[in-house]
Structures are given as C-alpha cells and as structure tokens.
Design a protein around this ligand. Structure first.
Ligand SMILES: O=C(O)CCC(=O)C(=O)O
Length: 262
C-alpha cells in the first residue's frame, strides 16, 4: 500500500512536498519497545485517573507522566514541526486518546475550533494546529484503531459530502494508515480524518501533541501547572508558552525557544 513515509529528524524538501500534497506523513520506529511500554503504562494511569469510559481524550498528561512529557520535544519529530511552523510556536495541547477494545468508527472531521471555524480564515485553510500522533499500540493492518485520512483533502474547497459523513461508510479515496507502535503521524488540521474501527480485545492508546502559532490559546489548559513549569526543561517551558514578550501584541517578536542544548 502507498504510504507517505519519511525519516526521523531533519526536515527535508521531500518531507515538505509530501506534507503539502498529502497533508500528512509517517515517521516509523521513533520509540523503542521500552519507551512504548512506559508510555502505554502512563496512558493507562492517565485514563484511570480521569475515569474514562469508552472512547476518551485526556489532556495535560505531560504534567504528571515523564514518559509522556519526553514526547513533547522528541528529536525525531521536533525538526519536522520547526520545518513546518518555523521557530516560534507553542504546544497548544497534548491529548492522550483511548479507543476501547472493539471500539467503533469515529466520525469524519477536520480539526479546528468549534468557537471559530478555521474555514473562515481563508482558502486553503491555514496550518493552525499541527499534530504529531505517537502510536502506542500496533496498527499494522486495518481494524486496529488506525487513523483514516483522505489524502490531499486539506486543500479541498468542497466539503466532504453529508452522505459519506452520515453513513460512516468509506470513500474510494480514503487511506487507512497502517503503522507499528512507536511510529508518529504528523498531520495538518484541515485534512479530513477519522478514527478507524478497532476489532481487537485490548484498548488502543495514542498520544497526540498539537503545535500552534504562539498567539493561539492553549486548548487543554487555562493555566500552566506551576510545579510542572518549575520542574521541566527550559525548552519545554518555552513550548508551553512561557516566554517574555517585549511588547504585548507580538509586533516586535520574542526570543525563540532554546532549541539547542536542551
Ligand atoms: O483516534 C484518535 O486518537 C484521534 C481522534 C481524532 O481524530 C482527533 O482527536 O481529532
């Protein structure tokens, strides 16, 4: 099957071309078996603490779980985020998603804000929420809680027909992404996507980090947790939006996060 696979680390011209034309790419083998296990254990704790019943997304897991925190600025992924957003961006949110054993299909959607539809910003819909999804369980074949995408749909000015959305059926051009645990999907907010069905008898977990321009409001928190901010690294603090601005409305810019040496 055709897959938009890229290598970890450096953001290349080909990575950019793939992202621009497909709306997403996959970085295989980012996490070791040990790291996957640590993140899985952490995900289970996060959802147990939140009391998730069925499908659920829990934010702020990075504040309490070091294995999840380490994914925020992972060296295999961060160069891709910098390549696509530049050097000034924030972690808008970090959502840990659980799809329960034998969970059904999700609904087709584009990411964005219910409060202000990103379509109103212009065409093509701009890159406002860049997502890096760390797969914590294997999704090597369809039916394992995969992500399903419609390649190139982030550039479609036509909406996905209601008949497709209501019926929860497939489209002839959708792509059920298959990848092993430890792979990372990077995708554009405007790409049409959904959670594919999960036919196995264990829960599926994915850790999603969303990166946004610095003037976008965080969506998983109203305030940064003080203990976490004191404990974490200077780079992560900056990515959480803790930076000094010489002026309020960003007109004169601000010092970029300390990407080197962290
Ligand atoms: O199934 C998932 O983990 C992702 C759900 C999704 O599509 C989303 O959060 O926008």
């Amino acid at each position: 099957m055709l897959h938009p696979i890229v290598s970890a680390g450096e953001f290349t011209d080909l990575d950019r071309f793939i992202f621009e034309s497909w709306g997403y790419f996959v970085i295989p083998n980012v996490l070791s078996k040990e790291e996957i296990q640590q993140c899985l254990d952490a995900s289970i704790r996060i959802h147990e603490a939140a009391g998730t019943l069925g499908f659920g997304q829990v934010g702020r897991g990075y504040e309490t779980e070091p294995a999840i925190e380490r994914l925020m600025d992972h060296p295999a992924v961060l160069p891709k985020i910098r390549g696509l957003l530049g050097d000034r961006f924030i972690v808008q949110s970090g959502w840990n998603t659980k799809q329960p054993a034998r969970g059904g299909m999700g609904g087709w959607h584009q990411d964005g804000s219910g409060a202000y539809d990103f379509k109103k910003l212009g065409y093509p819909i701009p890159l406002i929420q860049l997502r890096a999804s760390f797969l914590l369980t294997d999704q090597e074949e369809p039916g394992m809680g995969n992500m399903e995408f419609i390649p190139g749909s982030h550039r479609s000015s036509a909406p996905l027909p209601d008949s497709v959305r209501a019926a929860k059926s497939g489209t002839p051009i959708s792509h059920v992404l298959c990848a092993t645990a430890g792979s990372v999907l990077v995708f554009h907010n405007a790409i049409w996507h959904r959670t594919y069905e999960h036919n196995r008898d264990y829960d599926r977990y994915t850790m999603h980090y969303i990166y946004s321009p610095p003037w976008v409001k965080p969506s998983d928190r109203f305030h940064n947790d003080v203990d976490f901010m004191q404990r974490t690294t200077p780079l992560r603090r900056a990515l959480m939006g803790d930076f000094t601005r010489p002026d309020a409305p960003f007109g004169a810019n601000y010092a970029p996060p300390p990407f080197e040496g962290n």
